[in-house]
Write a protein that binds this ligand. Structure first.
Ligand code: FAD
Length: 394
């Protein structure tokens, strides 16, 4: 069998794999991207479309800031804008006690670039008169916004192809191993690909591949719930999301310029990983309608015209896996994005390209190291305390 060779082989053509392919080509690598189904078919193509930094784990903000800078430059970078509108994001709460949390987040040094403004009471309702009377406070992020997820991964994959990448759809990777200093990847259609570096961006299926190198990740899969209304005149440019400790109250919406209001949140479903389908829970749609009445009373009579879900993977600490393998040189991971990966897509691609090219990255990704899921190392008494501290941080 003749092997097909490249510098970097990427498994998984969601947003992460497609963006990585593009940025790797820009750095002069030969790149092959293999996608089992269609580019952007899963989470990357069906998500809510929030391009939001505020509310993220503070450890993610350095990466989210890098990504945001790329979102702004997309037309120059890839020739398409993905309908990105930096139209502001508002994180609101019903419980006055939570306004302190919004202030604390806004004051965190990591959130400095977000220029957050916490607004409460009368001032809030004067500025956002469409919000329901139960809303007590909110944090406004002027630079965040939203984009069209259906466009994202295919646009990056097309740009990668123009930059020299080989992108193949309908090719499932079954076996990955490193033999005599090179990665050997076998596909379901019986082909062999080899590469000096291997990047696994297989989303909810990432651990199936990382475990072949002894680095399993305890991923859980869930199906976030989405709905969209009939179109009405465009009047709500700001994305609104509820910050709450009550699961039913978690809801968010955005209006697209064509007029439809996209709604997300509520009870997530359990995807069927055999058929690769994530179903809509009717109780979730009903809950979204009820919660929208509180948040945006004017939407009470709008018809829901479509509902959907998608397969997303979640780690126990709600942080993704990004970075080099702890076991195998030349092996890299970017998966397990816990419902927050869309905004990060361009940044992840850029960081992975930097890391694979140079062996390091200027962006803070240490908290996302895959070694945090390895069984705790057994330290001998001769090992120094500083070594113990390092292994805890990872
Ligand atoms: C309904 C929903 C709403 C969301 N809303 C938001 C949001 O508003 N904002 C936000 O930031 N994030 C959001 N997310 C999360 C975001 O969509 C994901 O974190 C992100 O798209 C993950 O991208 P990915 O490339 O890692 O994974 P995926 O898009 O799942 O791509 C992985 C790809 O790998 C392929 N693959 C897997 N195994 C193999 C194999 N063996 N061989 C070849 N190919 C393989 C799969 O076919 C798939 O195409 C949402 C997710 C969902 C599901």
């Amino acid at each position: 069998m003749t092997a097909q060779k490249s510098d970097v082989l990427i498994v998984g053509g969601g947003f992460m794999g497609s963006a990585s392919a593009f940025f790797l080509c820009q750095r002069g690598h030969s790149v092959t991207l293999l996608e089992r189904d269609q580019i952007g078919q899963y989470a990357s193509g069906v998500n809510f479309g929030n391009v939001r930094r505020q509310g993220r784990h503070l450890a993610q903000l350095d990466l989210a800031n890098r990504s945001w800078a790329l979102w702004k430059r997309l037309p120059q970078l890839i020739g398409e804008d993905l309908e990105f509108l930096p139209s502001g994001h508002m994180r609101v709460c019903y419980d006055e006690a939570l306004i302190d949390d919004l202030h604390a987040y806004a004051a965190a040094p990591e959130a400095r670039e977000l220029d957050l403004e916490v607004i409460a009471g009368k001032a809030l309702h004067e500025r956002f008169p469409f919000l329901g009377p139960e809303v007590r406070g909110g944090s406004y992020a002027p630079h965040d916004g939203h984009a069209n997820p259906r466009l994202a991964a295919p646009a990056f994959a097309r740009a990668a192809v123009r930059a020299g990448a080989r992108v193949e759809e309908g090719v499932e990777v079954l076996d990955v191993q490193k033999v005599a200093g090179e990665f050997q990847v076998t596909t379901a259609d019986g082909r062999l690909f080899t590469a000096a570096n291997l990047l696994i961006t297989a989303g909810a299926w990432g651990s199936k591949l990382s475990e072949q190198f002894g680095e399993a990740v305890p991923l859980e899969t869930h199906g976030p719930q989405m709905a969209v209304t009939e179109p009405v005149p465009y009047s709500l440019p700001t994305v609104i999301g509820v910050y709450t400790k009550v699961p039913e109250e978690v809801i968010y919406f955005r209006q697209i310029e064509r007029g439809n209001i996209v709604i997300g949140g509520g009870y997530r479903s359990r995807p069927d990983m055999l058929t690769r389908r994530a179903h809509v829970e009717p109780r979730s749609t009903l809950n979204q309608i009820q919660q929208m009445r509180r948040l945006l009373p004017a939407a009470v009579n709008l018809n829901i015209i479509r509902v959907w879900s998608g397969i997303e993977s979640y780690t126990p600490d709600s942080l993704p896996v990004i970075g080099a393998s702890g076991k195998v040189d030349g092996l890299f991971y970017a998966f397990g994005f816990c419902g927050h990966g869309f905004q990060l897509g361009p940044g992840v691609g850029d960081v992975m390209a930097e890391l694979i090219s140079t062996g390091q990255t200027s962006t803070h990704i240490a908290p996302f190291d895959i070694r945090r899921f390895s069984p705790a190392p057994i330290l001998s008494s001769a090992e120094s305390p500083s070594l113990q501290l390092t292994s805890k941080v990872l």
